[in-house]
Design a protein around this ligand. Sequence first.
Ligand SMILES: *Cc1c(COP(=O)(O)O)cnc(C)c1O
Length: 382
Amino acid sequence: MNYRGFATRAIHVGQEPDPTTGAVIPPIHLSSTYAQDAPGKHRGFEYSRTNNPTRQAWEQNIAALEEGSYAIAFASGMAAIDAVVRLLRPGDHIVASADLYGGTVRLFDRVWSTFGISATYVDAREPEAVKHAFRPETRLLYIESPTNPLLHLADIAAMADIAHRHNAWLVVDNTFATPYAQQPLTLGADLVVHSTTKYLAGHSDVVGGVVVTRHPELAERLRFFQNAAGAIPSPFECWLCLRSVKTLALRMQQHERNARAVAELCAVHPAVQAVYYPGLPTHPQHELARRQMRNFTGMLSLDLGSAERALEFLRHLRLFTLAESLGGVESLVSHPATMTHASLSPERRRSVGITEGLIRLSCGIEDTEDLLEDITQALNSV
Ligand SMILES: *Cc1c(COP(=O)(O)O)cnc(C)c1O
């Protein structure tokens, strides 16, 4: 059945009551192997690396949430991105946004570069810069929007147009936005990747990834890599994802409510030099954000001016936990220069604008007043 509403799809697709027992919640199928009716004649499942009923239910669900036709689940976001790069051949070239997730840059520059695949990084806020980076051998335009940690946006429809004019595929890492906030396939993207570790699983208790597409031939090749290379998620992790997305719409609404309140507070606090939040009308790309997103998420960053002030702020926070990762129900804070982006060279960090005073906040779904109180007292001590 084709449900129109996002929350209805999140709760029902791939999860009809179990036909044999009537169980309303899909079971966690742990079996590694499946009885065959005759040699080579099976009921869609033969070995759990190849296919598993719980994983299949999750893949159907996330495909529907992204308005895609196919989803292929992986053991982590990095394994999902790695599978996408496997669609290329030696000699092929990637154009990518400059402030990508650090692990993705590491994968492109330190793993795939040794197999003859190169990447050029450009400011994807500037379509002209993106066009100029294309070469005859460019096969992939790979972007994040919003980016980590500066919340820069790329115009996804414009990026799809550029990629397709150059006979390349557009890949969007939609981890920061989630399909609740933004659906890149509806804007022309060919592939969406996720670290399900973040908002989709949403409770900081799963590491996982997924690729979603509408192209049957790309789906078939990715499905082949999933089985051939074997970086699959466990049935339990797939079940946790199925369970988690049922509340994605509600969670995103509260994440946004909290982040907006924190951003508005920080925008007028004298200790804060800059606030980066696409939901603020003062964000330079606020119009684009309103056009392609329906929720501005719980992520925002602040610049406190120096490493000393940033560390002082971190020392005083009580409710926000100092930790990498994001998108969980609990509020987290990080210092990108020494944590998530420590693997980038200092020059690279400076060139993309990640200063020593930058703080990234992942606002959870706690009560807004408690978060505001914590941020206020920590800012007042800087
Ligand atoms: C975390 C993250 C990844 C990597 O995902 P893992 O699940 O940690 O492997 C990729 N892209 C973005 C934007 C992320 O935040």
